[in-house]
Design a protein around this ligand. Structure first.
Ligand SMILES: C[S@@+](CC[C@H](N)C(=O)[O-])C[C@H]1O[C@@H](n2cnc3c(N)ncnc32)[C@H](O)[C@@H]1O
Length: 222
């Protein structure tokens, strides 16, 4: 198979699992069960972290079920754009953003994004990176694509489940192995150091904190 097609198949796998049926169960499986018992991060911690950083004109990349759009203070935003490779996710998440009219963009984060430069005050990558194929250095193309869209001083933040250098429990190891085998996750080589380095080389004021097996990161555009 030519490399370009192989790359696209791998990218598609990280988004294809989400359908209107799986999205109905997503909140319970991920933010109800897995965060608490497997990834060892409090969902309340994620809600608080996302709420603190979501400001002004906001771009949310990899929206899934839109769980955080419902839980965080998105009504105070000036503008909300939802971006995802999967149309079902965009529509499902948009339904939950009651009271605001989000703009929807079906696009792959590995491709340059068709927006005016310096459009956004905040960009969230919540649980996106561990779904993307390749090493953290490969995934950092997403940072390069999004950087020009941030206003100077704007924040890019998010969270990702790391697959290397930590000591996940038995259940977390089993589920991570299964998800990696199916292509839903690709994170077995993702380390905290690599994430820190990818952000440090592109942004200012990088802050990466570990909560269980999950890195919460925040970085400011120079
Ligand atoms: C694990 S879900 C995260 C959902 C939500 N942000 C959360 O934290 O619950 C990953 C999301 O990223 C999307 N996604 C996966 N690969 C993508 C890509 N290459 N470009 C854009 N979106 C992608 C999936 O369709 C899905 O909506």
């Amino acid at each position: 198979m030519p490399q370009e097609i192989a790359d696209d198949v791998a990218r598609a796998a990280g988004a294809a699992v989400y359908s209107s049926r799986t999205l109905k169960a997503y909140d319970f499986i991920v933010h109800g069960f897995s965060n608490r018992y497997l990834w060892k991060v409090r969902t309340a911690e994620l809600i608080s972290f996302y709420s603190q950083n979501m400001v002004g004109a906001h771009l949310d990349v990899g929206v899934g079920s839109g769980y955080f759009l419902e839980k965080c203070a998105f009504k105070a935003l000036d503008r909300l754009v939802l971006m995802d490779r999967n149309r079902d996710c965009l529509e499902f998440a948009a339904e939950r953003a009651q009271g605001v009219e989000p703009e929807l963009l079906q696009a792959d984060a590995f491709e340059p994004v068709a927006f005016e430069p310096e459009s956004f005050d905040s960009v969230c990558l919540g649980y996106l990176l561990h779904c993307l194929p390749g090493s953290i250095a490969d995934k950092a193309v997403v940072f390069d694509n999004l950087l020009p869209l941030l206003k100077p001083g704007a924040v890019l933040y998010g969270a990702t489940i790391l697959g290397k250098g930590l000591t996940p429990n038995w259940g977390a190891r089993k589920l991570m192995a299964l998800y990696n085998e199916k292509g839903v996750f690709c994170n077995l080589e993702d380390t905290l150091d690599d994430l820190q380095r990818a952000l440090d080389t592109r942004f200012d004021q990088v802050d990466v904190k570990l909560h269980g097996n999950v890195a919460l990161f925040k970085a400011i555009r120079r």
